[in-house]
Design a protein around this ligand. Structure first.
Ligand code: ADP
Length: 202
């Protein structure tokens, strides 16, 4: 008896900034391309570090991607407006990869579950924690529902230990917990930090 299992599932790659999430996503997607699978890559349009239409890693590797402003645009791109993905109406790719998923919206969660149910291998990469080291938006929901979760670490810029957190600096000083996520005109930067060297000003 042939199993009706179609292989659709959800993989999530998380960790702080500089932990190699984009590199790992690119690695997995490149292997799928080598296996002659049909691969479709997306990324939030607002993230335009290095290249606007590519998933790019800090080390310089990149892969072509469709920039989207939200989950609805991914759905529209895959199915045409309003089509039911799981109804088999759409000619779905074998693999869908999405980088920086924390910048999309909660509608991403039901969308990726629908894709996995329809037989698609979905690979997501994003931040598990925000700069305060609090769970980032809907990421916990994705992590709980995924078949596979990989947590990566970076290197702490202070002590060289494995870094699990993203340190936000404003004018060189640790950001405050209530600083707005988008600061216009401020000199802002991020560093990978371990539990001990991660700092949030009260
Ligand atoms: P992410 O997508 O998680 O932000 P990237 O894949 O874009 O990570 O970049 C990872 C690369 O960043 C590493 O392979 C390394 O070359 C570089 N890098 C720069 N700073 C650090 C750091 N503090 N810790 C680890 N890697 C770093």
């Amino acid at each position: 008896l042939k199993s009706p299992y179609h292989g659709g599932h959800l993989e999530v790659i998380v960790g702080p900034m500089f932990s190699g999430k984009s590199e790992e996503l690119i690695r997995r997607l490149t292997r799928a391309v080598i296996a002659r699978q049909n691969v479709q890559v997306f990324k939030p349009a607002l993230d335009d570090r290095y290249h606007s239409a590519a998933v790019a890693s800090h080390a310089g590797r990149s892969l072509e991607a469709v920039p989207v402003r939200g989950a609805a645009e991914i759905r529209a791109h895959l199915s045409g407006e309003g089509a039911l993905l799981s109804a088999g109406a759409a000619d779905l790719p074998d693999v869908v990869g999405i980088d920086e998923v924390q910048f999309l919206d909660p509608a991403l969660v039901p969308l990726v579950l629908e894709l996995a149910d329809a037989g698609v291998r979905v690979i997501l990469a994003g931040l598990d924690l925000d700069f305060r080291a609090e769970p980032f938006g809907f990421m916990p929901d994705l992590l709980a529902r995924a078949e596979s979760v990989e947590k990566l670490t970076a290197i702490c810029t202070v002590c060289g230990a494995p870094a699990t957190r993203s340190q936000r600096l404003i004018g060189g000083e640790p950001a405050r917990a209530d600083d707005p996520v988008v600061l216009v005109g401020a000199l802002e930067s991020y560093e990978a930090r371990c539990r001990v060297h991660h700092e949030v000003r009260p």
